[in-house]
Design a protein around this ligand. Structure first.
Ligand code: HSE
Length: 310
């Protein structure tokens, strides 16, 4: 059995407009790389480098990767100790699943080093425990795609029911990340706890339309369905120029566009990589006009689990 492993966990786009807390997809880049080694004494020693490393706690109870491994060890009644190094390629507070990428890679790597006692499905709950320390909420729409790849529907949280949605062949993602951060916990706290029945009905209709659009590769239906009545109306004001950035993506031919997770990243879907790149440039231009530099990530939907690098 290996004593040490290096794993890449991928970024993800949660909510995808109409699926607040229940739809997410994984993207190829950026990602976090974790290096995990067994140690002889119990406990998890954590070190962090890369984007935003100064702002991330190294205490294993408060660190998403550390907490995910602790949860896994507790379920196995194991006191195995680990050294965990997290190289952040995804800035925290970006809205593209920074904490989930670390948590997914950490539980995946720990499970490998322990001889794979748990299935991928069984790892999810431990990844969610890690994610919860950062976001203040128990949601799986970043961690599930980070762990399984693809486009994921969380049909139910109690009991947990995670479904793989089909990924149309020509579906591409653009993510534009402006140079600012939004704290997920705070972005969840500004949301109302109740929604008007009218909005719930429209959201249910759009979510159903979105899943059917994926099944039938009907991009027009996908676009019509990418409307959010739950989070976007409250969170849009946290992102400078959000409406103009979104309009620029739609004008450039995006199927749909919305806030990625809790933001500030903004995502768009399109039907070719070329289009995804053009849309990214247009969106980045809008942010630049507002004085915000940004990073653009374009790719197909990433359909794989965390990758073992060494
Ligand atoms: N569904 C979560 C939210 C994702 O929007 O709060 C956080 O990235």
């Amino acid at each position: 059995m290996n004593e040490s492993i290096k794993v890449k966990g991928n970024a993800s786009v949660a909510n995808v407009s109409c699926g607040f807390d229940c739809i997410g997809y994984a993207i190829s880049n950026p990602g976090d790389i974790i290096t995990l080694s067994k140690k002889e004494t119990p406990g998890i020693d954590i070190s962090i480098s890369g984007f935003g490393s100064d702002s991330i706690p190294c205490n294993s109870e408060s660190n998403t990767g550390g907490k995910a491994i602790l949860s896994l060890l507790e379920s196995l009644k194991s006191d195995q100790g680990f050294k965990l190094h997290i190289k952040k390629g995804i800035p925290p507070g970006s809205g593209i699943g920074s904490s989930s990428a670390s948590a997914a890679a950490a539980v995946f790597g720990a499970n490998e080093l322990l001889g794979n006692p748990l299935s991928l499905d069984e790892l999810l709950i431990h990844g969610m425990a890690g994610e919860a320390v950062a976001s203040g909420g128990f949601h799986a729409d970043n961690i599930a795609p980070a762990l399984f790849g693809g486009i994921i529907l969380v049909r139910s949280y109690a009991p947990l029911d995670i479904l793989n949605l089909p990924v149309p062949k020509n579906l591409f993602s653009t993510v534009v990340l402006p140079d600012m951060t939004i704290n997920t916990k705070e972005a969840r706290e500004i949301l109302p706890t109740n929604v008007p029945l009218k909005n719930a009905i429209e959201q249910a209709g759009n979510l159903s339309g979105f899943t059917l659009g994926l099944h039938e590769s009907d991009f027009d239906l996908l676009g019509r369905s990418m409307v959010d009545h739950f989070a976007e109306p409250y969170r849009a004001k946290l992102i400078p120029g959000y409406d103009t950035v979104r309009d620029s993506a739609l004008d450039a031919g995006a199927i749909g566009c919305g806030i990625s997770g809790s933001g500030p990243a903004v995502f768009a879907l399109s039907n070719s990589l070329k289009q995804a790149n053009i849309i990214g440039e247009k969106m980045a231009d809008k942010f630049e006009k507002l004085g915000l530099a940004s990073q653009v990530y374009c790719s197909s939907i990433h359909t794989k689990s965390p990758k073992i690098l060494e």
